[in-house]
Design a binder for this molecule. Structure first.
Ligand code: FES
Ligand SMILES: [Fe+2]
Length: 425
């Protein structure tokens, strides 16, 4: 059982909190590169771990992520002008470069030393895999750049999107490692969704009584959900959970591998990142089309925003007739919104001390424990798990194999093998 105190520690990620301090030691997906399409384009508000920031691309194409508010009288620099290697506050014209340094303070004489004292908070940025990543921790502790497979494959092998979720990051992430709900909540999609339909995996996952085996990995957990196929064989689905918030979902058949990240905006909202990548081939036009139409796992968004069309203000457009017929088990359309509707229905921060956990929740329990342990170990001077690239070179897998199988027997299927496709049925 998770106590109220543990829940508080797990879910608060602002500056100075134990979990916030841990998360600031990783490279963090901040925004999509496509949100800043050109030098000197409009800035973008970015809130991460309860810090309000502003991203822009300066005249040289250099990425900047700085405090959203002007040092002078704290207006939002989102109203500012990105011009000539910096952003200028529209109120009194102070200007800042990508490092947050004030480069012009027009009300003062040109040689005034005052300007040099004015520097906004700024975090380093790097663009990789269609994402602008940032590092918000102590500069001397900056880890190597992220090398998750989905961020490293050629662009044509990957599709990526993001959506605002109105809940704490943890209840989103816990949905991502809860393999048992797929047989219920997403049962309609197993027969219709393009990324599932017709595969052996979609057939086997209809079995609603999985059992779980967990293996601690360098970056997190390998979570095996087993569903009986016959007296000796099981359908294995091995999901990877990587610290601090990534899940890699086992693929179905020849389809791409999908995955998510749940990145805290503040304690009551998070960004749900969705991606699909195929290590061995470009995504087909058909696949990209299905994802671009925001079907299934990729929710349809309100144009010009990252909020989904189906949201809590319209009860996620629940269709009670489709619920009754089983077309959509919960009546909500699409895997993404089926998950989000239920995760948001728990309230902004679920009261975990009121839960009644059972055996199929073992991965959730272990992930919470790993997060709490990692935060405590960090405070004692140990490095965070999973910041080393080698720990990130892992995949998910799905296969039919003996019900009794040691982790070592399939460990190689979980490793990134350059150019080779995933182990998947
Ligand atoms: S508030 Fe920004 S220059 Fe005055
Ligand atoms: Fe789900």
């Amino acid at each position: 059982m998770t106590t109220a105190e543990q829940n508080h520690t797990l879910t608060r990620t602002g500056p100075g909190t134990p979990m916030g301090t841990l998360f600031r030691r990783y490279w963090i997906p901040a925004l999509m590169g496509s949100e800043l399409p050109e030098p000197d384009g409009p800035p973008v508000r970015v809130q991460l771990l309860s810090e309000k920031l502003l991203a822009f691309r300066d005249s040289d194409g250099k990425l900047a992520l700085i405090d959203e508010f002007c040092a002078h009288r704290r207006v939002s620099l989102w109203f500012g002008r990105v011009e000539q290697s910096g952003i200028r506050c529209p109120y009194h014209g102070w200007k800042y470069d990508a490092s947050g340094q004030c480069t012009e303070l027009p009300s003062e004489p040109d040689d005034s030393p005052l300007r040099l004292q004015v520097k906004l908070k700024a975090y380093p940025c790097v663009e990789r895999g269609g994402i602008v990543w940032t590092y918000m921790g102590p500069p001397e502790q900056q880890p190597p750049l992220p090398e998750y497979e989905w961020a490293m494959v050629p662009d044509a092998h990957r599709y990526i999107s993001k959506r605002i979720q109105e809940s704490n990051y943890l209840q989103g992430m816990e949905g991502g490692i809860d393999s048992s709900h797929v047989s219920w909540l997403h049962s309609g999609e197993l027969k219709t969704d393009k990324l599932h339909v017709g595969t052996d995996g979609a057939r086997h996952i209809a079995n609603q009584r999985p059992s779980f085996e967990l293996q601690k990995t360098a970056a997190g957990l390998a979570i095996s959900a087993k569903r009986e196929v016959d007296a000796a064989q099981s359908y294995w689905r091995v999901t990877q959970w990587l610290m601090p918030w990534y899940t890699i979902i086992p693929p179905y058949g020849e389809n791409a591998i999908r995955g998510h990240a749940w990145v805290p905006i503040d304690d009551e909202n998070c960004t749900t990142w969705n991606w699909a990548h195929h290590p061995a081939r470009p995504l087909t036009a058909d696949e990209v089309d299905a994802m671009a139409k925001e079907e299934g796992a990729f929710a349809q968004l309100i144009p010009g925003s990252f909020r989904s069309v189906a949201n809590k203000d319209n009860d996620y457009l629940i269709d009670r007739a489709a619920q009754k017929s089983g077309r959509y088990f919960s009546g909500v359309k699409g895997i993404a919104m089926q998950d989000a509707s239920l995760q948001e229905s728990m309230g902004p921060i679920v009261e975990r001390e009121l839960e009644f956990l059972v055996a199929t929740d073992v991965a959730i329990v272990r992930a919470r424990r790993r997060l709490l342990d990692a935060a405590a170990a960090l405070a004692a001077g140990e490095p965070p798990p999973g910041i080393e690239p080698a720990a990130q070179h892992v995949r998910s897998a799905s296969f039919v194999g003996p019900t009794k199988l040691s982790f070592e027997a399939f460990e190689s299927a979980l490793q990134v093998r350059a150019g080779a496709g995933p182990t998947s049925i």
